[in-house]
Design a protein around this ligand. Sequence first.
Ligand SMILES: Nc1nc2c(ncn2[C@@H]2O[C@H](COP(=O)(O)OP(=O)(O)OP(=O)(O)O)[C@@H](O)[C@H]2O)c(=O)[nH]1
Ligand SMILES: [Mg+2]
Length: 243
Amino acid sequence: MSNRPDFKVVLLGEVSVGKTSLLRRYTERRFEDTVSTVGGAFVMREWAGHTVALWDTAGKERFHGLGSMFCRGASAVLLVYDVTSRATFAALEERFLGLADSADAGCIFVLVGNKADLLPPPLKPPSLRSDGSLGAPEDAEGKGEERRPREVTAEDARDFYGRILRYRDAVAGSAGAAGGRTRRPAMPAAERACFEASAKSGRGVDEVFEGVFEMLAPRHRNSCSTVNLDGAGKRQRGRCSCS
Ligand SMILES: Nc1nc2c(ncn2[C@@H]2O[C@H](COP(=O)(O)OP(=O)(O)OP(=O)(O)O)[C@@H](O)[C@H]2O)c(=O)[nH]1
Ligand SMILES: [Mg+2]
């Protein structure tokens, strides 16, 4: 594995939204008790011939200065919230998005609504009683599990994503005015950038990380001046010769 990552991916978000748990679920395939992160830490992963540095950061306010430092040169930022806590979602816009001003100009932003396992399960259709009347609808799954009402909808996430894109345009505009304008790759559409997942059950977690890597991979290939070409002149999937 190369010690120079092709991509730097940073997780940001409020205390206890599950950043460490998501990372652990993805990299170690397990969910267990965590302690609140101090400062930040990274793990390196190989994915389809690319080396990715995954940065976990602390949600505690006293570490926010470090969050901004960890975002320097980031290719992707995962803004993580708890789908059952409006406050954690609001904090992304109020406090965390600005920390990512130091990320790459073309940095991809992704929203991750974690703890989806806590949402009330879909109702099973009511059962037909022997006398022909309908019984009460029942939970389809997970009886006895802890449940909390949803406080952030998929539409809230898509709206916020739209605001992120406008904010990033404004940041790029002011960098341009200061003489630092660079050509930015197109940002992914909201459908590809807004996820819900559960670090506890594992549901949706691979989709988040691998969805991000898939969005980043073509950018890395395009940014290499020496791309591996096969005999037919097609781009190969794999490590660029530059790394
Ligand atoms: N039900 C449920 N609990 C979760 C999930 N993810 C994390 N938790 C719990 O939420 C708490 C906080 O998880 P962490 O992963 O430490 O949260 P964090 O965002 O890293 O927190 P900081 O490091 O303090 O910023 C722990 O008690 C986890 O067990 C999830 O998907 N579902
Ligand atoms: Mg943590």
